[in-house]
Design a protein around this ligand. Structure first.
Ligand code: FMN
Length: 172
C-alpha cells in the first residue's frame, strides 16, 4: 500500500483510494514475479465477446536497449520523468475482431478494463502505475506493430496508451 489516500465523499475500497499517478520513483527494480502477476490480472479482465483485444509491450531497465526503445515512443514531456521508472509498458489494442475482422467497438473500452485490473493488482502489491497517452512515435520504433495495426490506427489514435510502473519512492 502507499501512504497517499484519496479523500472520498463516500467509502470506497482502499485499493481504489490509494491509487495515484506519481512522477517520482524509487531506484528499485520490480520483481519478474510481480510483473507477471500484473499482466495476469490484466488478462482476466472482461472483454466484449471475450476477444481480449489488448497486448502489452514491456521493458525493464535491466534491458537497456529495449527500455530505450520503449522510452523513445513517448513524447518528450513524458520521457523527461518516465525514464526514471524501472519498468515501462505500452498497451496496444486491435480494433477489429480476430475471428472475422469486423470492427470491435468495445476494443478501447476493453483495454481500459484490462489496465484497470492491472492498476488494482499493482496497488495491492505496493506498486504505482502512471498511465500516459503521450506516446506518438510507436510505429516508428515498432514497425512490425504498424504492419499489424495500421489499418486500425487511422480510425482511433487513442487505441494506444502507455503505462509505467514504479515502486513508490519516499514521496512527500
Ligand atoms: C489514459 C490516460 C492517459 C494519461 N496521459 C498522461 C500523460 O500523457 N502524461 C501525464 O503526465 N499523465 C497522464 N495521465 C495521468 C493523469 O493525468 C492522472 O491520472 C490524473 O491527473 C489523475 O491523477 P491520479 O492518477 O494521481 O489520481 C493519463 C492518465 C490516463 C488514465
Amino acid at each position: 500500500m502507499t501512504d497517499k489516500k484519496a479523500s472520498t465523499d463516500y467509502p470506497i475500497h482502499d485499493l481504489l483510494a490509494e491509487r495515484w499517478s506519481p512522477y517520482g520513483f524509487a531506484d528499485r527494480p520490480v520483481a519478474q514475479t510481480d510483473l507477471r502477476s500484473l499482466f495476469e490480472a490484466a488478462r482476466w479482465a472482461a472483454s466484449s465477446y471475450n476477444e481480449q483485444p489488448w497486448s502489452f509491450l514491456v521493458a525493464t531497465r535491466e534491458d537497456p536497449e529495449e527500455f530505450a526503445r520503449l522510452l523513445s515512443c513517448l513524447v518528450d514531456g513524458n520521457q523527461g520523468w518516465a525514464k526514471a521508472a524501472p519498468v515501462l509498458a505500452l498497451g496496444v489494442v486491435s480494433l477489429r475482431f480476430s475471428r472475422n475482422n469486423k470492427e470491435n467497438r468495445a476494443a478501447v473500452h476493453d483495454l481500459g478494463l484490462a489496465a484497470g485490473n492491472l492498476v488494482v493488482e499493482a496497488t495491492a502489491r505496493g506498486l504505482c502505475v502512471h498511465q500516459m497517452i503521450g506516446c506518438g512515435k510507436v510505429f516508428w520504433h515498432y514497425p512490425a506493430r504498424r504492419a499489424r495495426a495500421f489499418q486500425y490506427w487511422s480510425h482511433w489514435p487513442l487505441s494506444w496508451s502507455a503505462t509505467r510502473f514504479i515502486i513508490p519512492a519516499a514521496w512527500s
